[in-house]
Write a protein that binds this ligand. Structure first.
Ligand SMILES: [Ca+2]
Ligand SMILES: [Ca+2]
Length: 299
C-alpha cells in the first residue's frame, strides 16, 4: 500500500555477507533484508528500481516505463517474487494482492469483523483508512514475511468463524522490527526466531474498542504498530534483559533505550514513529510499543 511516509525511503539488500550491498527500491522503500513483504490493491503495480542488470526474476514481473514492475494476475492472494543475481544473491518478496474494502459501506469483510475507521485524521495520509486487507489462510499464516517474522504473528486476537482471517502489515514495520532485533542480538540479548514476541500486531477497530482502548487512531489499526517483548525462555513474559533478577518496567525501558539509540545512530535506517514502554499489569508482563507513523512520538 502506498503511503506518503514510505515515499522518501529506498531498499538496500545484500544476501551473502561477502557480497557488496546492492541498492534496490521496492515501491519507494529501502530494505537491507533477503525477505520482505508488500501489499498492493488489485490492478496496482509494485515497482522495483535499482535492480542489477544481471538479475533475473521469477514471478509476474515485467519491464515497464524503464523499471521492473510486479503486475498481479489474480484478484487477491499471495505471490512470491524472487530476484536472483549472477553472483547467487537472492531477494524474496512476498506480495499480497489485497481484498478490497470500502470503509464507507463495510464494517466486515467476508463475515470477518473490522469495525469503523476514522476518516480524515489530521489530514495525514498515514491515517487514511485502509482500502483492502490481506486474506490469510491457516497455511499462509506460517510464511516468513521477513527473516525473523511470520505472517500469523501479526494476527488480531479477536474471535472469528471459518478458517481465514484478515490483517494489515506494512513493510516499514518489518524493517523496523528486524533492525531492532539485529541490534538486540548484538547487545547479547538472546532472541532466536519468533522469540521476539509480537504481543499485539494488527488490530481491527472493532477489537481495539472491545479491549477498552479509547483512541480510534492507534497505529495497530493501520498495520504498522506492534507491542513486543523478548521471550527467549518462552514463559510468556519479557525476559530479564537488564539482568537485575526482576521482570519489570526496567526491562521494557532497556529495550526502549536500544530503540531510541537506533533513532539517532542507524544512518537513517530507523523509520520514524511512536515508541513507548509499558509496565506489567495483572494480565501481561512489561512490553514496548513501536510503530512507523512517519513522525516521532513518545509517551
Ligand atoms: Ca520470558
Ligand atoms: Ca530486569
Amino acid at each position: 500500500m502506498k503511503k506518503a511516509i514510505l515515499s522518501c525511503m529506498s531498499v538496500v539488500w545484500f544476501l551473502t555477507s561477502a557480497s557488496p550491498a546492492q541498492a534496490v527500491e521496492i515501491d519507494g522503500l529501502t530494505v537491507d533484508l533477503p525477505i520482505m513483504t508488500f501489499s498492493v490493491l488489485p490492478g496496482e503495480t509494485l515497482t522495483f528500481e535499482g535492480v542489477p542488470a544481471d538479475a533475473t526474476f521469477t514471478g509476474p514481473v515485467q519491464r515497464m516505463d524503464g523499471h521492473w514492475a510486479f503486475i498481479p494476475q489474480i484478484e487477491s492472494g499471495h505471490y512470491e517474487v524472487k530476484l536472483v543475481t549472477s553472483a547467487g544473491d537472492a531477494l524474496i518478496v512476498n506480495v499480497f494482492v489485497l481484498e478490497p474494502f470500502n470503509v464507507d459501506t463495510q464494517t466486515k469483510i467476508n463475515g470477518y469483523k473490522i469495525g469503523q475507521y476514522k476518516t480524515g485524521y489530521k489530514g495525514l495520509e498515514s491515517y487514511a483508512p485502509p482500502t483492502g486487507f490481506i486474506r490469510v489462510s491457516p497455511d499462509l499464516g506460517n510464511i516468513q514475511v521477513s527473516p525473523n517474522f511470520r505472517l500469523g504473528q501479526f494476527k488480531c486476537k479477536q474471535t472469528y468463524k471459518g478458517n481465514d482471517y484478515y490483517l494489515l502489515l506494512e513493510p516499514s514495520l518489518l524493517i523496523k522490527l528486524e533492525l531492532l532485533l539485529t541490534e538486540a542480538r548484538k547487545k547479547g540479548w538472546v532472541a532466536e526466531d519468533s522469540t521476539f514476541h509480537i504481543m499485539s500486531g494488527w488490530r481491527s477497530p472493532d477489537y481495539n474498542k472491545s479491549i477498552g482502548n479509547k483512541t480510534s487512531v492507534s497505529r495497530h489499526l493501520y498495520g504498522d504498530g506492534a507491542d513486543i517483548f523478548i521471550d527467549e525462555d518462552n514463559d510468556g513474559y519479557m525476559d530479564d534483559l537488564n539482568g537485575d533478577g526482576k521482570i519489570d518496567i526496567g526491562d521494557a525501558k532497556a529495550l526502549e533505550r536500544l530503540a531510541q539509540s537506533l533513532s539517532i545512530n542507524s544512518e537513517g535506517k530507523w523509520i520514524k514513529g511512536g515508541l513507548a514502554s509499558y509496565r506489567k499489569n495483572e494480565f501481561r508482563g512489561p512490553f514496548v510499543h513501536l510503530d512507523t507513523r512517519g513522525y516521532p512520538a513518545r509517551w
